[in-house]
Design a protein around this ligand. Sequence first.
Ligand code: 5AD
Ligand code: SF4
Length: 520
Amino acid sequence: MNEEQRKQQSQIKQVNPSGEKDNLDRLKQKTSDDFIKYFETTYEAPNLRKAQKRGKQEVKYHDDFAIDEQFQGLGVGKKYLIRTYGCQMNEHDTEVMSGIFEEMGYEPTTEAKEADVILLNTCAIRENAENKVFGEIGHLKPLKVENPDLIIGVCGCMSQEEAVVNRILEKHHQVDLIFGTHNIHRLPQLVHNAHLSKERVIEVWSKEGDVIENLPKRRAGNIKAWVNIMYGCDKFCTYCIVPYTRGKERSRRPEDIIQEVRHLAAQGYKEVTLLGQNVNAYGKDLDIEYGLGDLMDEIRKIDIPRVRFTTSHPRDFDDRLIEVLAKGGNLMPYIHLPVQSGNSQVLKLMGRKYTRERFLELVGKIKEAIPHASFSTDIIVGFPNETEEQFEDTLSLYDEVGFEGAYTFIFSPRDGTPAAKFDDKISMEEKKERLQRLNAKVNAYSAEAMKQYEGQIVNVLVEGESKNNPDVLAGYTEYSKLVNFRAPRSAIGKIVPVKVTEAKTWSLNGEMVEETAEVK
Ligand code: 5AD
Ligand code: SF4
């Protein structure tokens, strides 16, 4: 719809308020038997037994992605908006979908009112993530009523869950399009169908996607970039929905990854983060002997100042990787190593396949090889029937490792996962109280880590203006510490030395200095 039509539409709405009811009725009719049939043939609910048996078939690589001629230009004069929830993988998927939209001629907008297509790229990891999305779907309803041509789509991890799709079908008639994490490359066709048809369009493949190279991307910035190295997860931790929503582990070919990083370096990017749900399993599905350590050993030779990777699984973190990380250079010494719990019995119930002792051994090995390395982690409190003593093991492990940061969560039962069926006698009140105690520790360690920088000079990759004050610039150190400091805007996009004047709990304040001597 163009501007003129939109204006007319809103005028019509003002003089004809009953139009709203007509639109709602039309939306309700969209739950037709036809597409429910379609949905049933293309979609399967998460199923542990089936999912764990998967993975025998070979992954196919496709290098020939192209937007079909008939969809090119479909978006000319139209705008798209993608709201992203959840992890970096989703943020990067949004960059790919943005790239596809823009190749179709769509322009981005941040205003929902201006958009012709709104996609919610969703996260299923915890219940509160899902609640946020349902809240947003509700907020979008008046827009759809006002403008029936608006397309509202739900994609990402939630769309891989049967219960979610059913709830949308039954209750949220404003949603026109639902597609899964393996269907992103089908976006042109799907949006086209949604534009044309008066039916809802649903395409959720439960079959793991192949690896599709050369998808267009519109990266969110020109300083730091995400690079997928693998998709999916085969770990099946008992609490986690990811192996169902993201499918089996599929590694990209090393040459494709290396070429992408080289290209980013040539474009002037200063930092890449290699992405995967379980990056340490990289290469296990390739028919060559090649792992994350080998890949990092190649990538460290590329002329890009900073290389990070996330997320690691302690179980697969091998000696080869440690040996390569110890070579330093552009490989950043700040390692995100989710532990989840400090108690071996809980770890066993979580299906993590390592013990507290093995985890500490690994941390010791890394520290020995890279004495200046430091760590952040993820922790779940209130796993079903976690006792006070078991929780205290998590607190003491935190002390032993001396993590500098942590993402902490209360266990959230996810439909279809084994832990959701575990009987649980621990009250939510108690879980919240534990989370508070853990967070107090996390804050104290972060503050202590920050304090050691006072008076020191740190190298900061300057990303832009500080969120709260446009006169102040902000960026991150090698150890991912946020630094706010005064400097000319010409520093943006560069790595500059900054003298730290004040340490806060989660950030540092400082002043840019000229010389790089004694950089911490
Ligand atoms: N409940 C709470 N936290 C979870 N995580 C994953 N699944 C759940 C769940 N069901 C956490 C883990 C993981 C991080 C991304 O989210 O700590 O590392
Ligand atoms: Fe989920 Fe990570 Fe475990 Fe995979 S390794 S199942 S993504 S917590």
